[in-house]
Design a protein around this ligand. Structure first.
Ligand code: ATP
Ligand code: MN
Length: 451
C-alpha cells in the first residue's frame, strides 16, 4: 500500500523513496518545472509535489494534468521552502492512472454551492468541505463506540426489518417481496423498515443491563426540512436500573464526550468548518463541552415561551407539542446553550413512556441545541405492567401483537430508560452544516435518492 498523505505530512524529510496515490487538485507551471497539489482523502491538506521538466513524460503527460486526474508518484520527501507546509515530494516518477477531461469535469477550482454539490452526490466527497464532514462523521462514529465501551455497554444490532411500529405515527416504509400475495406476506404479517430500535433494545437491556444500538432508521416523513431525512442513523442506548436523572446524565456525558473527542482528533477539518461553514463553531463546541446544560420542565418551558413578545407561528399553550421554532427559541435566544426539557404531557408522547405521579405527564426528556432544536429524545420507560397495558389500550394499540414486549414487564421488570440521539443532527451540530443533506453521504428525502 502507498503511504497516506496525512502520515507523510508529519514525517521528517529524507527517509528514502516514497510512493503516494491520489488525485490532482491543481497544477501550476513555473519555468522549468511544475507544482502539483495532490490529495488522497486521508486529510484536508494536499501534498505539494515538484515535477521537474526533465521527467521523461513531462511534455506528453505531466504538463497536461488537471483537477481530478489520478496519479501515482514516487519520490523523496524534502523540506519545503514554502510557507504553510513542512515537506514536499520531489518526484522521480509520475504515472498518470486516470485522466479527467477539464472540459467536462464539474469540480473546477472555483467554489461551488452546497446545493449544486448535492446534485452531484457521486463527486461531492472530492471537495474540501464534504471531505472534512465525512472524516468528522467517521470520527464521531468511533467516539460514540468508545464512549459506550468505556462504560461497559454492550452493542446490539437491532433489526432493520420489523413488524412493530415503535412511534406509531404511520411514518413507516412497507417491506414486501416482489410479487408477494396480499394474503400471504413474506414475513407472515405486514412488515416495514424500522423507525427506531428501542423496543428491541429494551429486550436486550432486560438481559444484558446496559446496551446500545447504532444503526439506520427510516421514516416516511413528508416534511422537507433541513433537519429531517427519510433514512438516518440513530444511537439508542437502553439502560436497566436507570431512571430519568440517570438517563439525562448519560445523554449529557455522551454529547460532551464525542464533541471533545472531535475537538481533539479533527482539528484541521473543524478549523475549515469554523472558517467556511459556521463562524464560531470551535468556540460553540468547546462551550458545550465545558458548560452545564440547562434543565427545565415542559411546564416551565411553556411559561417561558408564553412570556415571549414575538409571535410564534404556532401559539404556545400547555398540552401542545413543542415545534422547532419553540425549541430553537429556548436554546438559541433564552439560554444560548443546550437545554434539557423534561416531563412532557402524556397525551403527546408514546405509550412506552413512564407515567408520573401527577397522572398528566410522563418521564420524558428532549435535549435541544442551538441551530438545530431537538437532537435527543428519550424517556424512562413504563415498567409497570398494568399501567402499560392501560396506556396501550387507550392508544388503540393491539395488545396481542406486543405480548413479547409485555413479557418484559411480567418477568423481572425493572425501572429502565433510554434515548435516541439522531446521528446526522449530531454531525450537523459538530460541523455547523445548516442542512442535514450535507452530513450523510447519500441523503434520502421525498423525491430524492439519486445514487
Ligand atoms: P422531530 O420532532 O425533530 O421530528 P422526533 O421527536 O420525531 O423528532 P424521535 O422520535 O424522538 O424524533 O427520534 C429521536 C431522535 O432522532 C431525534 O431527537 C432526532 O435527533 C432524530 N431524528 C428524528 N427524526 C429524524 C429524521 N427524520 N431525520 C434525521 N434525524 C431524525
Ligand atoms: Mn422526540
Amino acid at each position: 500500500m502507498a503511504a497516506r498523505i496525512q502520515k507523510l505530512l508529519q514525517q521528517k524529510p529524507g527517509e528514502g523513496e516514497i510512493t503516494v496515490n491520489g488525485w490532482v487538485r491543481t497544477r501550476r507551471d513555473t519555468g522549468s518545472f511544475s507544482f502539483l497539489e495532490i490529495n488522497d482523502g486521508s486529510c484536508l491538506s494536499n501534498l505539494q509535489v515538484i515535477a521537474d521538466g526533465t521527467l521523461e513524460n513531462y511534455e506528453e503527460e505531466i504538463s497536461k494534468l488537471s483537477a481530478g486526474c489520478s496519479v501515482e508518484i514516487t519520490g523523496v520527501l524534502q523540506e519545503s521552502p514554502a510557507k504553510g507546509q513542512t515537506v514536499e515530494l520531489q518526484a522521480a516518477i509520475i504515472t498518470v492512472i486516470g485522466w479527467a477531461d477539464p472540459e467536462t469535469y464539474p469540480l473546477q477550482k472555483k467554489r461551488h454551492s452546497l446545493e449544486f454539490l448535492r446534485s452531484i452526490s457521486h463527486l461531492r466527497p472530492r471537495t474540501n468541505a464534504l471531505g472534512a464532514v465525512t472524516r468528522i462523521r467517521s470520527r464521531l462514529t468511533i467516539a460514540v463506540n468508545l464512549f459506550f465501551q468505556e462504560r461497559d455497554f454492550i452493542q446490539v444490532h437491532t433489526p432493520i426489518i420489523t413488524t412493530s411500529d415503535c412511534e406509531g405515527a404511520g411514518e413507516m416504509f412497507q417491506v414486501s417481496a416482489t410479487g408477494e400475495k396480499k394474503d400471504a406476506p413474506f414475513f407472515g404479517s405486514s412488515a416495514g423498515l424500522t423507525v427506531s430500535g428501542q423496543l428491541q433494545a429494551e429486550v436486550y437491556a432486560m438481559a444484558l443491563g446496559q446496551v446500545y444500538t447504532f444503526g439506520p432508521t427510516f421514516r416516511a416523513e413528508n416534511s422537507n426540512t433541513s433537519r429531517h431525512l427519510a433514512e438516518f442513523w440513530m444511537i439508542e442506548p437502553e439502560m436497566a436500573f436507570c431512571d430519568l436523572e440517570c438517563n439525562m446524565a448519560i445523554a449529557t456525558d455522551l454529547l460532551k464526550f464525542v464533541l471533545q473527542d472531535v475537538l481533539k482528533n479533527c482539528v484541521e477539518d473543524l478549523t475549515l468548518c469554523n472558517k467556511f461553514i459556521e463562524k464560531g463553531l470551535l468556540q460553540k463546541l468547546q462551550d458545550v463541552v465545558d458548560k452545564d446544560f440547562v434543565h427545565l420542565t415542559y411546564t416551565e418551558a411553556v411559561e417561558k415561551l408564553q412570556d415571549v413578545k414575538e409571535a410564534f407561528e404556532y401559539p404556545v399553550e400547555w398540552g401542545i407539542d413543542l415545534q422547532s421554532e419553540h425549541e430553537r427559541y429556548l436554546t438559541e435566544k433564552v439560554y444560548k446553550c443546550p437545554v434539557i426539557v423534561t416531563d412532557y404531557p402524556a397525551s403527546i408522547k408514546p405509550f412506552y413512556m413512564r407515567v408520573s405521579d401527577d397522572g398528566k405527564t410522563v418521564a420524558a426528556m428532549d435535549i435541544l441545541v442551538p441551530g438545530i432544536g431537538e437532537i435527543v429524545g428519550g424517556s424512562q420507560r413504563e415498567e409497570r405492567l398494568k399501567v402499560l397495558e392501560k396506556r396501550m389500550k387507550n392508544a388503540g394499540i393491539d395488545i396481542e401483537e406486543y405480548d413479547w414486549y409485555l413479557d418484559l414487564r411480567r418477568y423481572g421488570t425493572v425501572p429502565h430508560a433510554g434515548f435516541g440521539l439522531g446521528f446526522e443532527r449530531l454531525v450537523q451540530f459538530a460541523t455547523g452544516m445548516s442542512n442535514i443533506r450535507e452530513v450523510i453521504p447519500f441523503p434520502r428525502t421525498p423525491g430524492f435518492a439519486p445514487c
